[in-house]
Design a protein around this ligand. Sequence first.
Ligand code: SF4
Length: 358
Amino acid sequence: MERFSAVLQSVLEGKKPDREDIVTLLSARGNQVAALFRAADHVRRAGVGDAVHLRAIIEFSNYCRNNCLYCGLRRDNRRLPRYRLAEKEIMSSVDKAAAMGFRTVVLQSGEDLLYSASYIAGLVEQIKRRHGLAVTLSLGERSREEYRIWREAGADRYLLKHETADEKLYQYLKPDSSLQIRLQCLYWLKELGYQTGSGNMVGLPGQNLDSLAVDIILMRNLDVDMAGIGPFLPHPATPLKDAEPGSLELTLKILAVTRLYLPQAHLPATTALGTLAPDGRKMALSCGANVIMPNLTPAGMRDKYLIYPQKADIIEEPHQALDKIKALLAELARPVARDYGRAKIFSGGYGSHDNCKG
Ligand code: SF4
């Protein structure tokens, strides 16, 4: 059996990730790519089923204390009009999400320290009291104590992408922090009982298949409940404005291989993929993804929360976007999930199946 097929077979039988194997899978060409995507789709179906979880994202502040080289929200981007939503505005977006049938809201912001731990805890408590929705927070690096307060207030999940597991590249791209601090935060979140999400960017300048393989190993070692995988897209108001964007195929390969190693994790078909290609989300749903995160940030603010340019969902009204997503899911014969979508623990391999041979 050729090496690609042998590696794919061994992963399906539950073999732990090793860097060389992952690089072999990521180097797939031609028919092998199709076989990899089919295998990921098979593992996704067996691991988390056909249902797709819809999570409403509310970006409530685009202030950020950090200066990440790739990000449009970086503090040195003085061209960006900044906004902070008031509590009433945040809750009105939450009410809208609940009325539209979402079971999870994701509260996201730059690292904006103006929102105190008690303020955020108050929001979480209100959401729980009013609607009983699952709450995901994505507010960046904070202290263990702040994470604890939010968890006790009822927050269910926390999303903190590691972006790259390459320490040097991390330091270059995120000069205000370090990979070590990022990982410490992720360990705290896990200790505190959050369903913890991480994720990476694909196609960063200086990244290679080897470092992408380490990203996947890191996510598997962290046993993340969620993994957001998206292409790097250069933002014109950042120092990386002239860099090449990440490739669609490589991003999909990373998604597919992550699915093979994390069969029961929640993997979003990211907005960045929908930005890179009109049917990017559809392709992602066909090679491992099982989550979509529609944007419920108020219309006047959505175009001011651009980590990367031309996000796919900044113009559409939430109802239009939701209708489109439902049509896409109908086309793929994938139902919308009705439960809260708690990630499960993985405990074994998936055996072989005929479609997985490369
Ligand atoms: S990536 Fe996050 S932490 Fe970095 S500048 Fe953007 S919003 Fe801030």
